[in-house]
Design a protein around this ligand. Structure first.
Ligand SMILES: *Cc1c(COP(=O)(O)O)cnc(C)c1O
Length: 432
């Protein structure tokens, strides 16, 4: 490498993550330096990247009647929720825990929608007491449950019904949610009956209709199919005499992990708006619940190579991050780009499987990657901002990673690394 200055080269699909010569940069800080300073495994997020993704949505929404509700399950760290709350976003939560988090982050409850296929009485009551905007109800039985809990709590419950539009989002089967055989939502054929039932119940206030067809969706078509089905239903439901105030079209927009070219938020919103206009529904209030596309490519997981080993068949780079830190590869066979924090000259490049130390053969983070690495080198697993830390566990009694938010030349620790005491807290020795 020469000492000539290098202009930063942003990695495709990863604004604010760039290679400057041999050095991987997160905004203005070298990834390797962050790893040294905060230890590994370490989640690092670019604040500018999150804000840029969020602004792409709000700019596209413009003055259309579109309300943005960040899907908390993609990344529920408080500082990130705070950042989005400050940008004026509301939230989509799927548990009482996520509701507590967004309230702790300063969200106003009237911008919170509560989704999820199995809400308990306690969670429903907490949402009603907090004064959430809407509860997205997922079954006929839950209609009754919300009505009963609302009666007991002494508030009228704002509800939408989540309809399963039976649309194939053409994504991974584990992240498809709007197909007939998924557990989510109320079958389209039962929707009118369900709304009729809601209208009869004293403690419900029907606000809208809700769909969410899946995640990592890379085409517009499935969204328009779902929207058409929703609009057909809206027509029928309103003819039956139930007024619907909003359409919640869920989230699911994909990001670039490898070479996908998903629609931008602007293209998605434009296409939805056009279809709504074309069907004379341009005035409808629309809620969107993006998660992955807001935070996914703003985060990386840094890890250190602990051991290099070779079998007869393969070379392995064993790193200090594992499936408990980043579950997507083990869970969905997901591919995420892996980059050295400090690139070498390539002279000793080999084809590696990058694996963690957890006692499971499913514990891999990347397969068949050409890398020139030594023990002690830092690797960055890209596109780790969504469904990374939020899915982390303590399997193998591994403390969860620390998290850092980079803002220009500043790095702020937003979550301490868990300690072993944290892990054993609450456990009790045998009594006899
Ligand atoms: C997961 C989920 C989302 C967000 O999905 P992304 O793919 O992260 O955008 C939105 N709404 C609901 C109901 C969800 O379950």
């Amino acid at each position: 490498m020469s000492h000539a200055s290098h202009l930063p080269q942003a990695l495709p699909g990863h604004p604010h993550i760039a290679r400057q010569g041999a050095t991987l940069m997160i905004e203005s800080l070298p990834a390797a330096e962050l790893a040294r300073r905060f230890g590994t495994p370490l989640y690092v997020y670019s604040r500018a990247a999150i804000e840029q993704a969020a602004r792409a949505y709000s700019d596209a929404a413009g003055d259309r009647p579109i309300a943005l509700r960040y899907a908390v399950k993609a990344n529920s760290s408080l500082a990130i929720l705070q950042l989005l709350a400050r940008l004026g976003w509301g939230f989509d939560v799927v548990s009482g825990g996520e509701l507590a988090r967004v309230l702790a982050a300063g969200a106003s409850a009237d911008k919170v929608v509560f989704s999820g296929v199995g809400k308990t009485d306690a969670e429903i009551a907490a949402a009603l007491r907090a004064g959430v905007q809407c509860i997205n109800v997922e079954s006929l039985s839950e209609v009754q449950r919300v009505n009963r809990v609302a009666g007991e709590t002494g508030v009228s419950a704002p509800v939408s019904l989540r309809i399963n539009p039976d649309v194939d989002p053409r994504t991974h089967p584990y992240i498809s949610t709007g197909l007939r055989n998924n557990k989510f939502g109320i079958a389209q054929s039962q929707a009118r009956q369900a709304y009729a039932q809601c209208a009869q119940l004293p403690h419900l206030r029907v606000l809208g209709i809700d769909v969410h067809i899946g995640s990592q969706i890379t085409e517009i078509g499935p969204y328009l199919d779902a929207l058409d089905r929703v609009l057909d239903l809206v027509h029928d439901i309103e003819r039956d005499g139930v007024r619907l105030h909003h359409l919640d079209l869920g989230g699911g927009l994909g990001i670039r992990y490898a070479d996908e070219t998903p629609p931008t938020p602007a293209q998605w919103i434009e296409a939805l708006s056009e279809r709504l206009q074309a069907r004379g529904q341009g005035h409808r209030q629309v809620l969107l619940e993006p998660g992955r596309s807001v935070v996914g490519n703003a985060g990386v997981l840094l890890c250190e190579v602990v051991t290099l080993k070779s079998s007869l068949e393969k070379h392995f780079a064993v790193v200090d991050a594992a499936m408990n830190d980043l579950m997507r590869p083990a869970l969905y066979e997901a591919w995420q780009r892996i980059e050295p924090a400090q690139a070498r000259d390539g002279a000793q490049a080999l084809r590696y499987d990058i694996v963690g130390p957890v006692c499971e053969s499913g514990d891999w983070l990347g397969r068949d990657r050409m890398l020139d690495v030594r023990e002690g080198d830092v690797l960055a697993i890209l596109s780790a901002g969504a469904y990374g830390m939020a899915m982390a566990s303590n399997y193998n009694t591994r403390p969860r990673a620390a998290e850092v938010l980079v803002d220009g030349e500043r790095a702020q620790l937003i979550r301490e690394r868990e300690s072993l005491q944290d892990l054993m807290r609450g456990e009790r020795p045998l009594e006899n």
